[in-house]
Design a protein around this ligand. Structure first.
Ligand SMILES: [Zn+2]
Ligand SMILES: [Zn+2]
Ligand SMILES: [Zn+2]
Length: 357
């Protein structure tokens, strides 16, 4: 094996050297960028029947639980008086539950680009063997559905070159003192005189020693960390991304749909597969439609530029209780929703702006 260092002139683009690495032609043009996976993706999951809706009910909230949730909500609002929460009389409660469909698509994408690092004993292995193709390089994925990034030096693409930043000297001019080794004295502004007398802190020199470079005027080169040579190579960046998309079924209760997004519900159905099949048989039509649309969108959107490793779909039943109550002769409404029993109460009848306690 010939380990002689390759020294292209510092300014020569490395692309000239690497332009013909099979599988990496794209970055010869100076770009880098994402690489489509070699195989087209086709759904392999067989059609699945929808889950059976046995026992999908959520026990309805008791009045006590609804009132407690309301009280603690009101006490957390700085300008809500506690009167309506403590003394309001619940007249009726309705369960208006809704569904959330969630699709997660876990993908791996790969991109390449030029990179260099200070030479620390590595050998130039460029073309001692053909470089492996970007999608052939083995990587260890993180656990499913978690985001992660890894950078890998592609084997057999490394060359050694002189550092272009310092022209292989290992040092660069100190930026603090612009290579002077000293700066103008702050006390006398560089004049050496303070009024009619000579400046004491600088001994009348007008100069202050540069502490950053210990008065040398030079410092270690930032690019090569003083090593004078760089290892130049193709870097493979592998990114694992979990793409999550929700569909909330509209329930027309008056509760804002964005409020509901933040809470959790009762999990009715969950499956994961390399590629999931839409929940066509699901008893709720809106869920079936959302599933069909999102599965199709994700598989075409993410299957092109990345490799889909796994998909997961979840259906949750989100409990929503609409509570009607009377306070001081008029009727009002609040909602208790989610496993967290969050409360929403628009037009709360007693804020401190309008009620004297
Ligand atoms: Zn001075
Ligand atoms: Zn300096
Ligand atoms: Zn350098």
């Amino acid at each position: 094996m010939n380990n002689a260092a390759i020294y292209p002139p510092p300014t020569a683009p490395a692309a000239n050297v690497f332009g013909n690495v099979p599988g990496y032609e794209g970055i010869a043009a100076g770009g880098g960028g994402y690489l489509p996976p070699p195989m087209p993706m086709v759904p392999v999951a067989p059609p699945q029947p929808g889950p059976a809706p046995d026992n999908w009910s959520i026990p309805s909230l008791s009045e006590d639980v609804a009132r407690e949730a309301f009280k603690s909500y009101v006490s957390s609002q700085c300008c809500y008086s506690s009167g309506p929460a403590n003394n309001g009389v619940i007249t009726s409660m309705e369960s208006i539950n809704t569904y959330r469909y969630r699709l997660e698509t876990f993908t791996e994408s790969r991109s390449t680009d030029w990179a260099n690092k200070p030479l620390e004993g590595e050998r130039a292995d460029f073309y001692t063997q053909p470089a492996p193709q970007p999608w052939e390089i083995p990587v260890t994925p993180p656990s499913l559905f978690t985001n992660h990034t890894e950078e890998i030096r592609v084997p057999f693409t490394s060359t050694i070159k002189e550092c272009h930043s310092c022209h292989a000297t290992g040092t660069m001019s100190c930026q603090e003192c612009h290579g002077e080794g000293h700066k103008p004295c702050l006390v006398c502004n560089g004049s050496g005189m303070k009024g009619d007398e000579s400046c004491t802190p600088c001994n009348a020199t007008g100069k202050e020693r540069c502490k950053i470079c210990a008065a040398k005027g030079t410092m270690e080169c930032q690019t090569c960390k003083g090593k004078r040579q760089l290892l130049n190579y193709i870097k493979l960046k592998v990114e694992w991304t979990n793409h999550v998309e929700d569909h909330m079924v509209e329930q027309n209760s008056g509760l804002n749909i964005d409020d509901i997004r933040s809470v959790s519900g009762k999990e009715l159905f969950k499956n994961s597969h390399y590629l999931v099949y839409p929940l066509l048989g699901f008893p709720n039509l809106a869920i079936s439609e959302a599933s069909e649309r999102l599965v199709k969108e994700h598989q075409s959107k993410y299957g092109q530029s990345s490799r889909i490793l796994q998909q997961r779909q979840t259906v949750e039943l989100i409990p929503i209780t609409k509570v009607n109550y009377k306070w001081e002769g008029s009727s009002h409404v609040y909602f208790v929703y989610g496993n967290e029993r969050k409360v929403s109460a628009n037009n709360y009848p007693a804020t401190c702006c309008c009620v004297v306690q």
